[in-house]
Design a protein around this ligand. Structure first.
Ligand code: SAM
Length: 282
């Protein structure tokens, strides 16, 4: 099979199968081989089992197949499945699964795959309309994934690497920074997609960090962070009061750590959130 990530092959395949890029499924196909090559290069190695979300016509899948041991590619659109039957026929290490990734039992799949493979990684050019729920689903399996490499809208990517007290900093930043070392590997122009989206993109790499043993209930910590950010314009104290917390402990922490200041959640670093959580909840 020739290179799939080109304008010519993408058009040829869509015409041949009487298909079109479906907006409802977030279908913006990559038409630049260098981009898919670079994503695959940072996303996996020869010994890896890769899970790809949304292979589309197979542009990125082709490069993953050449680089990884095996690729499980989950695609929601039956029309793409038909095309993948042609584009992936020369790559026996690619297993295409026609399924909505949001509804797969990821923990079960990872448990099965881990019987055979030592290192399982996620690589995807994500459908932008469900970037956050898809990522949250992957984050839930934090301990079972060796790495997550995903292309997303640039403005969403900036949240994962945002500094404290900036507009991009929010609860998702804290969650990602708690679980991962997140880095933007490279920016991607809107020009290399067909159809062209209205936004530029970036490839983000999430490398898992060990969990902090002093936080005994990770989910409880995430719930607390979410409650702190519940209403961005409100102060931290107001958000916590609204969620029913004992403000004596909150105020004691604030007096000691941020004396004389009106604090909003976006002004606290990850370490400060951990300290506040231990004081108020744990
Ligand atoms: N990987 C291809 C590429 O880079 O050219 C296509 C990427 S396109 C941005 C997103 C792909 O995800 C589409 O093929 C779309 O059909 C698929 N998709 C959308 N929602 C999905 C879901 N819930 N589960 C699995 N695949 C999904």
């Amino acid at each position: 099979m020739e290179k799939i990530a080109t304008y010519k092959t993408t058009n040829y395949l869509l015409n041949k199968y009487n298909g079109h890029a479906k907006k409802g499924y977030g279908q913006n196909f990559i038409i630049d081989y260098n981009t898919v090559f670079n994503i695959a290069s940072i996303g996996c190695d020869m010994q890896d089992c890769v899970i790809e979300i949304g292979p589309g016509l197979g542009a990125l899948t082709q490069c993953l197949a050449l680089r990884a041991k095996v690729v499980y590619a989950f695609e929601i659109d039956p029309a793409c499945i038909e095309i993948l039957g042609e584009t992936m026929k020369d790559y026996p290490n690619v297993k295409v699964v026609n399924h909505d990734f949001l509804s797969v039992d990821l923990d079960y799949i990872l448990a099965m795959l881990s019987n055979t493979y030592d290192s399982i990684k996620i690589v995807s050019n994500l459908p932008y309309y469900i970037t956050t729920p898809l990522l949250l689903k992957c984050f839930e399996s934090h301990d079972k994934l060796a790495q997550i490499t995903v292309m997303m809208q640039k403005e969403v990517a900036l949240r994962f690497t945002a500094m404290v007290d900036t507009k991009d900093y929010n609860g998702l930043t804290i969650l990602a920074q708690y679980l991962y070392d997140a880095t933007i590997a490279f920016d991607v122009s809107r020009n290399i997609f067909s159809p062209q989206p209205n936004v530029d993109s970036a490839v983000v790499v999430f490398k898992p960090k060990p969990l902090d043993p002093t936080i005994k209930d990770t989910q409880g910590f995430f719930t607390f962070v979410r409650q702190c950010f519940a209403q961005r314009r409100k102060t931290l104290t107001n958000n916590l009061k609204h969620s029913g917390y004992d403000l004596t402990k909150v105020n004691a922490w604030l007096n000691q750590n941020k004396p004389g200041q009106t604090i909003r959640a976006e002004q606290l670093s990850l370490d400060e959130f951990k300290s506040l959580y231990k004081e108020v909840v744990q």
